[in-house]
Design a protein around this ligand. Structure first.
Ligand code: T4K
Length: 407
């Protein structure tokens, strides 16, 4: 009862955009990087300094690769300096040329990696419930010039991998999955990286599991591992021979130390996020105008993100008005992924970037909002965030007049 009273009183607070005190006195970011046990990290770094082996096929990178391979249930896991380079190396290791079919609802890196490789992105619309690329749209977009598909498991939600497998088999396409958000996710009893030719991970500081900057390519066959390992190290076979156009895609020993020190606590991070997500779900249930991404039941989630969709008419404020008003409360919500990757001026003149061809992605990009979620966020913080949302909804007409964005 006491909790209920507190909640009711909090709804009555005046929003910061209308002159009230902000809900938080300091910014609550959309995410915070997990930090490892300091003594574990410093032990690893002391060993690294003693060894004077700092990068280039070092012991810590090898240890991290093996630990990740085993944790992810993969055939191999090759560490790369970041997720973007991992995408580039993955595409080159499969010998992709021509067109690559991908989603507009992603971080810019997915599409930039295609273009940096001299390949042409072809956009497809998404499924409005899962936010992932629509397999039927891939089928319709595939032409004789298509060589590969690059789907993203958006916010850790598995793509319709079986349908994509059928479409790629029919058109003879390779598949690289962008698993940047999907560390540790499994689907239908299998690790998510089981599907496709290769999957890439981002191990950036903003990710569930991270090495500060970092990435990885995950796959199954020894032949592909050999190719990936060659290409991430300039193509150097030995002191006498360099084969293919490699790149410097190596992860350093210092980054690997961070990952090794972090890995033992990653299940705690997931459990904490799960609890916070459940609290968000309880508190959001029944708020008019808020919809959620749909996850399949036969998966194990990693709780990488918590996003909402804002329906302007039913909620009373547009996503952009809510975004602005929550930031005034020191709640640093983000619009992942708006603008769409296809809206970048480099891509927007492509025929498949036309908004009329991507209606679901365009609609979602005007509605999506990521709320704060990270392991040491408190349940009370979640309550205060949702109280702030409710207070803004209760004061919607005043907020609409005050917040300048008309969208
Ligand atoms: N594919 C997909 C689908 C991706 O989402 C990404 C990256 C990639 C590929 C490429 O992977 P990488 O090459 O990055 O490995 C962030 C990340 O930089 C980016 O890795 C990530 N996706 C994307 C979704 O989010 P920003 O520009 O939003 O980050 P930033 O600096 O605004 O950070 C977000 C919040 O995190 C900050 O407001 C505060 C907090 N933060 C951040 C950092 C870096 C901290 O508290 N401490 C920190 O050190 O892109």
């Amino acid at each position: 009862m006491a909790g209920y009273r507190t909640t009711v009183l909090r709804h009555k607070r005046t929003p910061a955009v209308l002159g009230g005190a902000p809900a938080f006195s300091a910014p609550i970011y959309v995410t915070r990087p997990r930090l490892p046990n300091e003594s574990d990290l410093f032990d690893l770094i002391r060993g690294l300094l003693r060894s004077r082996w700092l990068t280039n096929d070092g012991a810590l990178v090898r240890a991290l690769e093996e630990r990740l391979r085993s944790r992810l249930g993969a055939g191999f896991c090759a560490a790369i300096c970041n997720g973007t380079t991992a995408l580039q190396v993955a595409l080159r290791s499969l010998g992709i040329d021509g067109e690559v079919i991908t989603t507009p609802f992603t971080f810019p890196a997915t599409v930039h990696a295609i273009t940096w490789m001299g390949l042409t992105p072809v956009f497809c619309d998404i499924d409005p419930a899962s936010y992932n690329i629509d397999a039927d749209a891939i089928d319709a977009a595939a032409t004789g010039r298509s060589r590969a598909v690059l789907p993203v498991h958006v916010f850790g939600n598995p793509c319709d991998v079986n349908a994509i497998e059928r479409v790629t088999a029919r058109h003879g396409l390779r598949t690289v999955y962008d698993c940047a958000h999907a560390f540790g996710v499994s689907y239908r009893g299998r690790p998510i990286t089981d599907w496709g030719d290769l999957s890439i991970l981002s191990l950036h500081a903003t990710k569930l599991f991270h090495t500060v900057e970092g990435g990885a390519i995950v796959g199954r066959t020894a032949a592909l591992l050999e190719r990936v390992a060659l290409l991430r190290n300039f193509g150097i076979v030995n002191e006498e021979e360099v084969r293919g156009i490699g790149i410097n895609g190596k992860l350093s020993e210092l980054h690997a130390a961070m990952g090794l020190a972090m890995l033992p606590s990653i299940d705690d991070e997931i459990a904490q996020r799960r609890q916070l997500t459940e609290r968000y779900l309880q508190r959001i249930d029944g708020i008019p105008g808020i919809r959620l991404q749909r996850f399949p039941v036969d998966m194990v989630r990693n709780y990488a993100y918590f996003t909402i969709e804002v329906d302007t008419d039913a909620f009373g404020l547009s996503r952009d008005q809510l975004h602005k008003a929550l930031r005034a409360e020191n709640i640093m919500v983000r619009k992942y992924f708006s603008p769409l990757a296809s809206a970048n001026h480099t891509y927007r003149d492509l025929p498949t970037a036309d908004p009329s061809y991507l209606p679901n992605a365009h609609r979602l990009s005007t509605r999506i909002l990521s709320l704060p979620l990270y392991g040491d966020l408190q349940l009370d913080d979640v309550d205060r965030i949702i109280d702030a949302v409710l207070a803004l909804q209760a004061a919607a007409s005043g907020v609409r007049r005050t917040v300048s964005t008309g969208q």
